[in-house]
Write a protein that binds this ligand. Structure first.
Ligand code: ADP
Ligand code: MG
Length: 266
């Protein structure tokens, strides 16, 4: 590649929310938002801390879009491929989240940092979490999770809240009715345990995990509805596509199965 090379813009369509995400050469261009400078400070900190599982910040382009490095690999999609739902992948994802948290915990946000709103834990924040480790925000290489992308929802939170969000999508904590054949028959209780062991989650957090998952469902329902009404765009598409009903069903499924799942955690 040489200076002046003109690359075409290739739309990246995997995500739910952000319109206008494109690949240009070995970069990704995304629209900015009020939290972009804070997210860039976080990503720069992760790079300085030696955490390799996130895109690097390149800067802003002439159109004012953020420029991040393109992370090679495959992002998981819904429904996920077989390699994305293995126990090995789940354990590797727990390790990736743990390394991200350990790197993020040393980050001192800039004064006047701005973060996206969203549901949260009541406990005091411990770090800036990713807060959106859904299927399409994890990049796989050689069949294992290698990086997190899409830090738009990053915000001060607890380790446990990020763990809960991740498990919602990856254990998954969901009504089997809403899952494809590969995820429908997974043994969720043992997978919760596997993830917490691989992460090294503290026992006080394990005891609180499923209660926080239910609280999060309730708060996420309202947070998403508000974003669908006020922000529109991809948020409305998700809401109109039944995201709220899926959250309600997942919460009911969890309530029914909570005691049995809890027994695997403690
Ligand atoms: N830095 C990146 N490296 C590789 N792929 C990316 C990167 N950023 C986005 N993508 C691809 O584009 C898709 C949508 O981008 P994303 O940032 O997740 O947008 P959304 O906010 O809509 O979820 C991702 O699922 C992924 O496939
Ligand atoms: Mg995404």
């Amino acid at each position: 590649m040489f200076a002046g090379t003109v690359h075409e813009e290739i739309p990246l369509l995997g995500g739910d929310v952000t319109d206008g995400v494109v690949r240009v050469g070995d970069t990704v261009r995304r629209p900015t938002r009020p939290s972009t400078p804070s997210v860039h400070a976080l990503l720069r900190h992760l790079e300085a801390a030696g955490f390799g599982g996130a895109p690097r910040v390149v800067g802003l382009d002439a159109q004012g879009r953020e420029v991040l490095t393109f992370v090679e690999g495959d992002s998981a999609v819904t429904p996920p491929a077989a390699y994305a739902v293995t126990d090995e992948s789940l354990a590797a994802l727990a390790g990736l989240l743990r390394r991200f948290h350990d790197a993020s915990a040393g980050f001192v946000p800039p004064p006047q940092a701005v973060w996206e709103d969203g549901s949260n834990d009541d406990a005091a924040p411990e770090l800036i979490g990713h807060c959106d480790v859904n299927l399409d925000n994890v990049i796989f290489r050689d069949g294992l999770p290698a990086a997190l992308i899409d830090f738009d929802m990053a915000r001060p939170t607890t380790r446990l809240f990020d763990v809960v969000t991740t498990l919602r999508h990856w254990a998954p904590i969901a009504d089997p009715l809403d899952l494809g054949p590969l995820q429908r028959d997974l043994e969720v209780g043992p997978r919760l345990r596997l993830f917490c062991d691989a992460y090294g989650l503290a026992s006080r957090d394990r005891r609180r995990l499923l209660d926080l998952a239910r609280l999060r469902f309730d708060r996420s329902y309202h947070a998403m509805r508000t974003k669908a009404l006020t922000t529109g765009g991809g948020w409305s598409r998700m809401w109109d596509g039944g995201a709220g009903e899926r959250i309600r069903r997942a919460c009911a499924w969890l309530e029914t199965n909570q005691d049995e799942l809890h027994a695997h955690l403690i």
